[in-house]
Design a protein around this ligand. Structure first.
Ligand SMILES: [Zn+2]
Length: 117
């Protein structure tokens, strides 16, 4: 798995190999990428406190500007996240970078090299 981590505005790749464990500090922007079909990655999340909001951000692949951000309560990742992503993918305005005009690609279409293992 490749874990995309954003720190100080820089996106870096953290490679997590089979059998390895990574403990990520809280409040670090991250995005797990599993480009190998059929692969598994186990993510253990801390329990959500009532009223707590999760933040989701999408970044432009061309200039790395944050192009869309939502803050929502998440009770169940499996049930709650797919509608959020589907809404983003269906919203052309949300997918268009305000800085450079690039349009974020659809689901499962990152640029070549984005999550190579
Ligand atoms: Zn851009």
């Amino acid at each position: 798995m490749i874990l995309k981590v954003i720190d100080d505005g820089e996106i870096t790749d953290v490679r997590i190999n089979e059998g390895e464990v990574l403990m990520l500090p809280p409040h670090i922007r991250h995005s797990p990428q599993r480009p190998v079909p059929g692969s598994y990655g186990l993510v253990v999340e801390s329990p959500r406190i009532s009223g707590m909001l999760d933040i989701f951000e999408w970044y432009c692949f061309e200039c790395m500007a944050c192009i869309h951000r939502i803050e929502v309560p998440v009770n169940n990742i499996v049930d709650d996240l797919p509608p959020l992503y589907e809404a983003f993918y269906a919203d052309d305005a949300a997918r268009t970078c305000g800085d450079c005009g690039a349009v974020y690609p659809g689901k499962g279409k990152p640029p070549p090299g984005w999550a190579d293992i």
